[in-house]
Design a protein around this ligand. Structure first.
Ligand code: ADP
Ligand code: MG
Ligand code: MG
Length: 882
C-alpha cells in the first residue's frame, strides 16, 4: 500500500489513514488555505512499525520521493548550508489526544545550516533559538532524555543574565545554550547530536511512532476509551516561523467559545513565539482580539479563514496558526472539543443558522454530556469567601483539598479524599493527577492551555490563568492578595465563572435539573436550558425505545415521572423488609410450623400493601413492574460471626443465650458459600410457602383499593432468577390463584427476569409462561462471566483494564459480544414464541449511553434506569433511532 501522501492528495475523510491532523491539513490545502507544504506518513506505517519494531522497508523510498518533491517546490534543500529547508515532524492520530504524543520542530538545522538560517533571516538570535529548540525537543522526544536537563540549563542562563524572560536571551546566550544542550546529549547517550538532516528526520519519525505507546498516551486512551491499536500518522510539514520578531507570532483560535458555545472570536496569541509556547503556558498570551491591533491584515485573513472553515465543517473548529513577518499560515484545524454546555448550544445555534437540521443537532450531543449538565452548581446565595477570579475553562463546581503534585493527587484519591490539583501550568505528565482530582486550578495559560484542553476533554472542572495566585510548589503554599493557602486546605473552584473560593461552598441543583424538575421553564431565558429542551423534545419525537425507571419509593417514582419516565421497569421489594420490619422477617425465617409462618407473613402483608398503594398511586396510569423478593435470606439476618460471639459470651457469663442461640442455629443453617448463586429469587418463593403469595396479595389488594378510588393502577408482577420454565409455571400458578382470590378483575401481566444464561438460551420455552421479559443485566453479567461483582471489582478489575481484557468494566457498559449476545438470543427466541412479548432491560446498563444504543439495535421495547439517568436515556434513545 501507499505509505506516504502529499498534503494535496488527502482529504478530511481519510482520518483513519492520515490521522486527524494529516487529513485536515490536506483538506485545508485543497480548500486553498495557506498551509505550509508537506506530506503525511500513514498510520498503517506506524502499525507496521509497532508490530515489527522496524519501519516497513519500502517507506524510505517513498519518503525520499516526497522530500525531493518538497525541496523542488520550496527551492531549497533539507538542511542546505546557506538557506536550509526546515520541517516539523508531527504526530497525529485518528482520534485527537491533545499533547499526548510528540512533535519535533526545526528538523534540518545543524552546526552549518544554523549560520545559513541566521544570515538568510538576518536574525541570528532567531536562528540559534530555533536550533536550541531542535536539540531540546530531539533530546526529549527522540533520545528519551529528561526534559529538566534542558529546562534547568535555560533557567540557569536566565539567572546568569538576571532576567526571567526568555526573550532577554540574545544570540550569544542561545549559542552557548546549544553547546550546553549538545554536551548534555553526548553525556546522556554517548553519541553526538546527529548533524545529518535526513537522519534527524528518520529518527524523529520513529520516535513519533513510538510515542503512540508512551505511558501517558496509553493512560489517556484508557481514560477516553480510545482503541489501543490505531497507531499514529506522522506529518512532515515545512516550517514557518512565529519567532522571527514582534511582527511574527503564533496562536490558537476557536470559531466559537468552546466553553459556552457563544459565537465570537476566541483564542490566544503570543508574539515572537514558536509552536508549543502558547499551549505550554510558558509566557502569558494575549486574547486573540488583540491581534487586530497588532497586525490587522493577518487578523482579517484569519477571520475570513475561520468563517470559511466553520462553513465547510459545519461545526466549531479549533485552529493553530502562525504569523511569519505579517503572513498568516494555517498549521492545524479540527472539529474542536467543547464543553457539554457548548455542545448543546452550538448544536441548536447551527440549526437556527440553517447549517444543520435538528436530527443532525441531536446526533451531535451525547448522553454523557447531558449527564454532566445535571451536576450541581455552587449556591449563588451562600456565604463564601472569594479569593480570586480567573478563566472558567471547563465548567463544574469542584471542592477539595489543595494538592500541588500529580503524585499527591493520586495518593489522596486512593485514600478516598477529594482534591483540587493546583499548578502553575500542567503538562502531559500530569494526566494521572488530573484524572484523580476533582478539579484543576492553574495560575498560567488561557482557554487553550494544556490544562484547559485536557480538562474539557475529560469533563473535569478547570479554572486556569489565575495570575493573582502565587503558586509555590516547593513550599506547598499559595499566596493570593495577602491570604495564604496551604496544601491540605479546602478550596472550591467554579469552572463556569472562573471563581475560586476558600473552604467548601454549598451546592444547588443545576438549571438543567430545575428544568427537568419542572421548576424552570424552557423559555425562562436560560439559553442552555432552551437548547436542552429543544433537543430532548426532538429525541422524544424520534425515539422508539421507551424509558422507565428503577424505583422502589413513591418519592423516587414521582421524581422519575417528572423527569419523563413512562413507568417503573423495576421495583425491588427487598428494602420493604428492612428496618423495623426485620423482626417479622426473622420470625418468618425462624418459623418451624405453618401457624408461626403465617403469623409472620400476616404482619408483613399490610405493611407491603401500604408501600404498593403509595407507589402505584405515584405512577397512576403507568406500568409498575414489581419484582417479587430476590436476595438470599441471610441478608435479613444478623451476621453469623457477631451472633456466634454474642452466644459464646452469654454462655461464658453463665447466661442462657435463648433467642440468640435459636437465631444462630437458623443463620448457620442458611449460610451459603456463594449466596449470589444460592437460595434466592424464584427458588426462595418456591421453598418458603406463602412468601410470594403474601407479596402478590399486597400488590393485588393495593391495586383493587386504588381502582375503587377511581385511579388507574397498573402493576406488573415479575418473577426473578428463573432458569427453568417449570419454575415460572409453578410461580405463575400461585400468583394467578392469589389474584383470583383477591378479586382482580382485569389482567395483571406476569413476567420474568432473564438474568441467567440458561434463561436466555431457553427463552422460547420461558416465553410460553411469561407476558413480558426484563433483562436483568447486572446479574446476567455476573452469571455469564462467572464473577460476583462485589468480590471482583475492587480485586482485579483495574488490572484487567490495564491489560486490555476490558476496555471498560462490563458492569458499566454492556459486554456486547458475550452478555449482549445472550440478550439478543433471549429477545429473538422469546419473540419466536410470542411475537408481541414485551421486552425491557432493568440493569444499570439501562442508563449507560453505549448500552442504550445496543438495546435499541436488538429491538427491546424499553430501558429502565435510575431516576436521575432518565433524561440521559431519553436523549440516547432518540440518538439511537437516527
Ligand atoms: P500537537 O498535536 O501537540 O498540537 P503539533 O504537531 O500540532 O502538536 O505541533 C506542536 C506545535 O508546533 C503547535 O503549536 C504547532 O502549531 C507548531 N508547529 C508544528 N509544525 C509547525 C511548522 N511546520 N511550522 C511552525 N510551527 C509548527
Ligand atoms: Mg497541534
Ligand atoms: Mg437480579
Amino acid at each position: 500500500p501507499k505509505l506516504v501522501y502529499d498534503f494535496a492528495e488527502g482529504n478530511k475523510e481519510m482520518l483513519e489513514l492520515l490521522g486527524g491532523k494529516g487529513a485536515n491539513l490536506a483538506e485545508m490545502t485543497n480548500l486553498g488555505l495557506p498551509v505550509p507544504p508537506g506530506f503525511t506518513i500513514t498510520a498503517e506505517a506506524c502499525r507496521a512499525y509497532l508490530a515489527t519494531g522496524s519501519v516497513p522497508p519500502e517507506l524510505a523510498d517513498e519518503i525520499d520521493h516526497h522530500v525531493d518533491a518538497l525541496q523542488q517546490r520550496m527551492g531549497k534543500k533539507l538542511g542546505q548550508a546557506d538557506d536550509p529547508l526546515l520541517v516539523s515532524v508531527r504526530s497525529g492520530a485518528a482520534v485527537s489526544m491533545p499533547g499526548m504524543m510528540e512533535t519535533v520542530l526545526n528538523v534540518g538545522l545543524n552546526d552549518d545550516s544554523v549560520n545559513g538560517l541566521a544570515h538568510q533571516s538576518g536574525n541570528p538570535r532567531f536562528a540559534w533559538d530555533a536550533y536550541r529548540r531542535l536539540v531540546q525537543m530531539f533530546g526529549k522526544t527522540v533520545l528519551d532524555m529528561d526534559g529538566d536537563i534542558f529546562e534547568d540549563a535555560i533557567e540557569a542562563a536566565k539567572a546568569a543574565k538576571g532576567t526571567r524572560n526568555d526573550l532577554d536571551l540574545d544570540a550569544d546566550d542561545l549559542k552557548a545554550l546549544v553547546d550546553t544542550f549538545k554536551k548534555a546529549v553526548h553525556d546522556a547517550t554517548g553519541r553526538e547530536f546527529p548533524q545529518d538532516p535526513r537522519t534527524q528526520m528518520d529518527l524523529a519519525i520513529e520516535a513519533v511512532f513510538r510515542s503512540w505507546n508512551a505511558d501517558r498516551a496509553v493512560l489517556y486512551r484508557r481514560q477516553e476509551r480510545i482503541p489501543t491499536d490505531l497507531g499514529t500518522a506522522v506529518n512532515i510539514c515545512s516550517m514557518v516561523f512565529g519567532n522571527l520578531g514582534m511582527d511574527s507570532g503564533t496562536g490558537v483560535a476557536f470559531t466559537r467559545d468552546p466553553a459556552t458555545g457563544q459565537s465570537g472570536v476566541y483564542g490566544d496569541y503570543l508574539q515572537n513565539a514558536q509552536g508549543e509556547d502558547v499551549v505550554a503556558g510558558i509566557r502569558n498570551t494575549v486574547p486573540l482580539a488583540d491581534l487586530e491591533q497588532l497586525d490587522k491584515t493577518s487578523y482579517d485573513d484569519l477571520m475570513a479563514i475561520m468563517a470559511k472553515l466553520e462553513g465547510h465543517y459545519r461545526d466549531l473548529c479549533d485552529i493553530e496558526f502562525t504569523v511569519e513577518r505579517g503572513k498568516l499560515w494555517m498549521l492545524q484545524t479540527r472539529v474542536g472539543k467543547r464543553t457539554a454546555a457548548a455542545a448543546f448550544r452550538i448544536a441548536t445555534s447551527l440549526v437556527d443558522e440553517g447549517v444543520i437540521d435538528t436530527d443532525e443537532a441531536l446526533k451531535r450531543v451525547k448522553g454523557a454530556q447531558l449527564a454532566q449538565l445535571m451536576f450541581p452548581r455552587f449556591d449563588a446565595d451562600a456565604d463564601k469567601e472569594r479569593i480570586t477570579k480567573a478563566i472558567g475553562a471547563s465548567p463544574g463546581a469542584a471542592t477539595g483539598k489543595v494538592v500541588f503534585t500529580s503524585a499527591g493527587a493520586v495518593e489522596a484519591a486512593e485514600k478516598g479524599e477529594k482534591v483540587i490539583l493546583v499548578r502553575r501550568e500542567t503538562n502531559p505528565d500530569d494526566l494521572h493527577g488530573m484524572i484523580a482530582a476533582q478539579g484543576i486550578l492553574t495560575s498560567r495559560g488561557g482557554k487553550t492551555s494544556h490544562a484547559a484542553v485536557v480538562a474539557r476533554g475529560m469533563g473535569k472542572t478547570c479554572v486556569c490563568g489565575a495570575e493573582e495566585l502565587d503558586v509555590n510548589v516547593a513550599q506547598g503554599l499559595i499566596k493570593v492578595n495577602g491570604t495564604v493557602i496551604e496544601a491540605g486546605q479546602t478550596i472550591s473552584i467554579d469552572g463556569t465563572t472562573g471563581e475560586v473560593f476558600k473552604g467548601e461552598v454549598p451546592v444547588v441543583p443545576s438549571p438543567v435539573v430545575q428544568y427537568f424538575e419542572g421548576s424552570l421553564a424552557p423559555d425562562a431565558g436560560d439559553e442552555l436550558v432552551a437548547s436542552v429542551h429543544r433537543l430532548i423534545t426532538h429525541a422524544d419525537e424520534v425515539r422508539r425505545l421507551g424509558v422507565r425507571t428503577n424505583a422502589d419509593t413513591a418519592d423516587d417514582a414521582a421524581r422519575a415521572r417528572r423527569f419523563g419516565a413512562a413507568g417503573i421497569g423495576l421495583c425491588r421489594t427487598e428494602h420493604m423488609f428492612l428496618g423495623e420490619r426485620r423482626e417479622s422477617v426473622e420470625r418468618l425465617i425462624l418459623a418451624d410450623n405453618d401457624a408461626e409462618r403465617e403469623a409472620a407473613l400476616a404482619e408483613l402483608e399490610p405493611l407491603q400493601r401500604d408501600d404498593f398503594l403509595e407507589l402505584l398511586a405515584a405512577m397512576d396510569g403507568l406500568p409498575v413492574t414489581i419484582r417479587l423478593i430476590d436476595p438470599p435470606l441471610h441478608e435479613f439476618l444478623p451476621s453469623m460471626e457477631e451472633l456466634a460471639v454474642k452466644v459464646a459470651l452469654a454462655r461464658e457469663r453463665g447466661q442462657e443465650p435463648g433467642h440468640d442461640a435459636a437465631l444462630l442455629t437458623a443463620v448457620e443453617r442458611l449460610h451459603e458459600e456463594n449466596p449470589m448463586l444460592g437460595l434466592r429469587g424464584v427458588r426462595l418463593g418456591l421453598v418458603i410457602p406463602g412468601l410470594f403469595a403474601m407479596q402478590v396479595r399486597a400488590i393485588a389488594s393495593a391495586a383493587v383499593e386504588l381502582k375503587r378510588q377511581g385511579k388507574d393502577p397498573r402493576p406488573e408482577i415479575m418473577i426473578p432468577l428463573v432458569g427453568a420454565v417449570q419454575e415460572l409455571h409453578l410461580a405463575r400458578d400461585e400468583v394467578e390463584a392469589v389474584l383470583a382470590e383477591v378479586g382482580v378483575e382485569w389482567s395483571i401481566p406476569i413476567g420474568t427476569m432473564i438474568e441467567l444464561p440458561r434463561a436466555a438460551v431457553i427463552a422460547d420455552q420461558i416465553a410460553e409462561a411469561a407476558d413480558f421479559f426484563s433483562f436483568g443485566t447486572n446479574d446476567l453479567t455476573q452469571t455469564t462471566w462467572g464473577f460476583s461483582r462485589d468480590d471482583v471489582e475492587g480485586a482485579f478489575f483495574s488490572r484487567y483494564l490495564e491489560k486490555g481484557i476490558f476496555a471498560v468494566s462490563p458492569f458499566e457498559s454492556i459486554d456486547r459480544e458475550g452478555v449482549g449476545a445472550l440478550v439478543r438470543t433471549g429477545a429473538e427466541r422469546g419473540r419466536a414464541t410470542k411475537p408481541d412479548l414485551k421486552l425491557g432491560i432493568c440493569g444499570e446498563h439501562g442508563g449507560d449511553p453505549d448500552s442504550i444504543q445496543f438495546f435499541h439495535e436488538v429491538g427491546l421495547d424499553y430501558v429502565s434506569c435510575s431516576p436521575f439517568r432518565i433524561p440521559v436515556a431519553r436523549l440516547e434513545a432518540g440518538r439511537s433511532a437516527l
